[in-house]
Design a protein around this ligand. Structure first.
Ligand code: FAD
Length: 312
């Protein structure tokens, strides 16, 4: 059995694994895909102390750092369930994989991340990282002085529009419904910002491009059924960030109404010996540097737990 088993191999999981392994304890990582969302990222310019890098480069460094410590890394495996040590006959926490295998550990750190909800329209995949973006904090500056759109009029969409309006030339917000779901204070701020336009009852139907980059988008005016086009360089999709926590539903690991794992100041969850870190948790602001800090914190939390609780 592992002393620390990390589920998820993104920045949070990598950081947790390194912090654990440096304590000289048996550490494992099980992940569907090492690197997580960072593998899907082209330009990274806000990983402090590294002026500019790419996702695949950062993942290669993460992997090299994790392997330096003899961490057992198991990839292409998905966790399907977790069983409380109090309910197992051997006193270890069990992590059941979709393959049917069971990994046993004294502590588990869950860092299974999150995924952006996609529009599922033609052109979205083809122009991902070529104008289609999901993270305004990350990619906003790439569209300096250009026209952009934000898809989604909830809090994250309107926040993104206000944020982008300070950087880009113009922002068009497209909302599917006839009302915005954002807080009134944000709506008022957006309405008062001269370079933000809000179009309601607008269903995005297509991302337009020239083969290399986004050049615009097409939407259906849901009042008239008419198809309209807007010329722009960037599209920020803000229709929801979904935590990869489905596998924990129905377990003793408590989730928030949005499905995020509830954690305390030490990264501990409601299940004894189980910690969590990064985008899958209730931590505000989902960023690489934050996920790494959270991973380190959860790992130190797990180590504290290990030295206070005897092995089964
Ligand atoms: P993730 O990176 O999501 O990693 C989750 C890990 O868990 C993966 O290994 C995954 O395979 C695994 N996993 C999921 N479910 C299971 C399961 N059931 N069983 C086993 N393994 C599982 N942030 C920045 O700071 N700067 C940027 O420039 C930036 N750009 C971004 C661009 C894009 C396109 C995207 C999508 C995100 C960007 N982000 C950026 C956000 C950043 O990538 C995330 O905040 C960060 O990766 C979160 O790390 P994490 O370890 O919590 O989760």
């Amino acid at each position: 059995p592992f002393d620390v088993l990390v589920v998820g191999g993104g920045p949070a999981g990598s950081s947790a694994a390194i912090y654990a392994a440096r304590k000289g304890i048996r550490t494992g990582v099980v992940a569907e895909r090492f690197g997580g969302q960072v593998m899907d990222t082209m330009a990274i310019e806000n990983f402090i102390s590294v002026k500019a890098t790419t996702g695949p480069k950062l993942v290669a460094s993460l992997e090299e750092h994790v392997k330096e410590y003899g961490v057992e890394v198991i990839t292409e495996q998905r966790a399907a369930n977790i069983i409380d040590a109090e309910e197992t006959t051997d006193g270890y926490i069990h992590v059941e994989l979709e393959s049917g295998a069971v990994l046993k550990a004294r502590t588990v750190i869950t860092s299974t991340g999150a995924r952006w909800r996609e529009m599922n329209v033609p052109g979205e995949q083809a122009y991902r990282n070529k104008g289609v973006a999901y993270c305004p904090h990350c990619d906003g500056p790439l569209f300096k002085g250009k026209k952009t759109a934000v898809i989604g009029g909830g809090n994250s969409g309107i926040e993104a529009a206000i944020d982008l309006a300070g950087i880009v030339e113009h922002v068009t917000v497209l909302e599917f419904a006839d009302t915005l779901r954002a807080d009134q204070v944000l709506i008022d701020k957006a309405n008062a910002t001269p370079n933000i336009d809000i179009i309601k009852m607008a269903q995005t139907t297509q991302v337009l491009g020239d083969g290399n980059r986004v050049t615009g988008l097409e939407y259906k005016d849901r009042n008239t059924g008419e198809l309209k086009q807007i010329e722009l360089a960037g599209i920020f999709v803000q229709i929801g960030l979904m935590p990869n926590s489905e596998w924990l539903k129905g377990t003793n690991v408590e989730l928030s109404p949005r499905g995020e794992i509830e954690i305390d100041a030490h990264g501990a969850t409601s299940m004894n010996g189980v910690f969590a870190a990064g985008d899958v948790t209730t931590v505000p602001y989902k960023q690489i540097i934050i996920a790494m800090g959270e991973g380190a914190k959860a790992s130190l939390g797990a180590f504290d737990y290990l030295i206070r609780n005897p092995a089964p």
